[in-house]
Design a protein around this ligand. Structure first.
Ligand SMILES: NC(=O)c1ccc[n+]([C@@H]2O[C@H](COP(=O)([O-])OP(=O)(O)OC[C@H]3O[C@@H](n4cnc5c(N)ncnc54)[C@H](O)[C@@H]3O)[C@@H](O)[C@H]2O)c1
Length: 264
């Protein structure tokens, strides 16, 4: 069989593991994968969000564990559990991410390390744990990076470095795990996740005309914009796409901005 995921000669496996899948972009990725017929195992450290999601989406194709994607044992539990329950893994999405923005001079080593641990080491742990299953199923890795891997605001050192690391880790994985496994990343721009949180954390969504105008497409992004890109990259039909960083930002990083001079 050429580009179809298989766990045995006659049994295609369509099963995904997703980190940070209970809220925000991850929640949309989980919903999109389930909609496309994948079985999905997610890990998220927010227990309340996990419980809410599982009660809202009662599917025998959904498995969720509460845990930290930077914890080696928790990631091993995720991949082993998914492989056991679904018969293998064909897609691994590292989506969980945190920031610790603030002046460089006061950024603690602990905060720096925590951001790198969750955002970058989490991607390594997931890829390593899922690799045997992905090889067997000719599967695919999709990591969520950020346009902040390519450009910065002030005081975002840890976050930007972690996302640049994801882009580089992804092309290294492409070469190491090919030809059996493809690896790509998605770099979202400004994605509004306020409505995609657990009930207690839902934030009202308000964007100014200036916010919208900053995007050539005329709007801020949605978690579904990213989920569609993840589906595209995960799909074995797109088996010639690997090693890419797909920027999904409504064109924001293509738009030059000059500070306007004040007119009297
Ligand atoms: N929203 C944006 O504008 C944007 C832009 C670029 C990149 N991204 C990236 O997209 C990804 C998702 O971002 P989001 O905006 O949806 O975030 P979010 O905060 O809305 O959701 C993140 C989810 O990950 C979970 N999580 C955080 N740390 C975890 C850990 N250590 N282990 C397990 N779960 C953990 C959280 O509990 C939460 O459910 C992140 O990697 C982020 O860096 C987001």
């Amino acid at each position: 069989m050429s580009e179809q995921s298989v766990d045995s000669e006659d049994k295609p496996v369509r099963a995904a593991v997703v980190t940070g899948g209970a809220q925000g972009i991850g929640r949309a990725v989980v919903a999109a994968l389930l909609h496309e017929g994948y079985s999905v195992a997610l890990i998220d450290q927010d227990e309340e969000a996990v419980v809410e999601l599982v009660s809202r989406v009662p599917s025998s194709r959904l498995m969720a564990i509460v845990g930290d994607c930077a914890d080696e044992a928790a990631v091993a539990e995720l991949t082993a559990g998914a492989a056991h329950r679904f018969g293998g893994i064909s897609v691994a999405v590292h989506n969980a991410g945190i920031a610790a923005n603030g002046p460089l001079e006061t950024l603690s080593l602990a905060d720096w390390r925590r951001v790198i641990d969750v955002n970058l080491t989490g991607a390594f742990l997931l890829a390593r744990a899922a690799a045997p299953w992905l090889r067997r199923n000719r599967g695919s890795i999709v990591n969520i990076a950020s346009t902040r891997a390519l450009m910065s605001e002030a005081n975002t050192e840890a976050y930007s470095a972690s996302k640049g690391g994801i882009v580089a880790l992804t092309h290294a994985l492409t070469v190491s795990l090919g030809p059996e496994v493809r690896a790509n990343c998605v770099s979202p721009g400004w994605i509004e996740t306020g409505a995609h949180q657990k009930r207690a954390a839902v934030r009202p969504v308000r964007h100014s005309e200036a916010d919208r105008a900053q995007h050539p497409v005329g709007r801020v992004g949605t978690p579904e914009d990213i989920a569609h890109a993840v589906l595209f990259l995960a799909d074995p039909t797109n088996g010639f796409v690997t090693g890419q960083n797909l920027v999904i930002d409504g064109g924001m990083t293509r738009k030059m901005i000059y500070a306007e001079e004040e007119t009297q």
